[in-house]
Ligand binder design. Structure first.
Ligand code: OOG
Ligand code: MG
Length: 255
């Protein structure tokens, strides 16, 4: 069995250089605790290169996402400043392996949050909510992985774009979400697809970061997870997400 630091180097180098790797589950499967340890070690490498932690992303919080990748446990990953892309800008995908985009809701934290909290406590720690597009890119061949593989690979985190923030008092329980490619609707869903209510994803986030000895901080961004299946990105596309009451967020796909 390879040591965890070596595995962290493999996933980090794959993400940094945009090349694909074999699943660890093919030869030496990773347990969940080991996989999160690899993820933490791989993020240490990013921080050492000057990237800053800006929040976390939750994954596999909707049925559509679980079905698409064949893994049905809620997972999380870390977001850094280098992953954030400008709203309305052009995202170059040349540095990715096989990127996909998915429609999400983002929370902006106004207070720290960690551990077992109620939905009301979670919402009270939020400053604002926004429509968001997450660009995911598994480093594994053919976008295939098991639970340990995907967690070790920082839950496929690679980029994200956030739209305009709205006050946290907007009711986000069941908002229509339409993600379009070149002006045509590609995926249609509702914020209710995210664990029945996106706030449940924030509750899970608080619990899961606490298990890692961390917390959500003031100013952190939390992505609640894709509400629909993800769509493969191709150079030249214009991607837009319209969320009822929250507005839109968009980007263009460049080389
Ligand atoms: C894993 C990441 C899942 C989400 O929003 O469900 C995720 C993947 O699909 O590669 O980001
Ligand atoms: Mg996602």
């Amino acid at each position: 069995m390879m040591n965890l630091a070596k595995i962290a180097e493999i996933v980090d180098e794959a993400a940094r250089l945009g090349h694909e790797i074999e699943q660890f589950s093919d030869t030496a499967p990773l347990g969940i605790a080991e996989a999160y340890a690899v993820q933490a070690l791989s993020l240490q490498r990013r921080y050492a290169r000057g990237e800053k932690r800006v929040g976390i992303k939750m994954g596999l919080t909707s049925r559509a996402k679980m079905v698409q990748v064949g893994v049905s446990d809620v997972i999380w990953g870390r977001l850094t400043d280098a992953m954030r892309e400008k709203e309305g800008g052009t995202v170059s995908i040349g540095r990715f392996v096989h990127p996909r985009v998915e429609p999400e809701i983002a929370f902006l934290m106004k207070r720290p949050l960690s551990g077992n909290v109620s939905a009301m406590e979670a919402m009270e720690a939020v400053a604002a909510v926004a429509p968001a597009l997450e660009i995911i890119d598994s480093r594994y061949k053919a976008f295939k992985f098991d639970l340990g593989d995907v967690i070790a690979d920082n839950s496929s985190s690679s980029g994200f774009v956030i739209g305009q923030w709205s006050d946290r008092t907007v009711d986000i329980a069941n908002l229509g979400m339409v993600m379009s490619v070149d002006g045509r609707a590609a995926e249609i869903g509702s914020s209710a697809a995210i664990l029945g209510h996106p706030v449940r994803s924030l509750v899970a986030a608080a619990r899961m970061v606490a298990e890692a000895g961390e917390r959500l901080d003031e100013g952190d961004i939390v992505l609640a997870g894709g509400a629909t299946a993800a769509v493969p990105l191709k150079v030249g596309q214009a991607i837009n997400l319209e969320v009822e009451k929250l507005g839109f967020v968009s980007f263009n796909v460049g080389e």
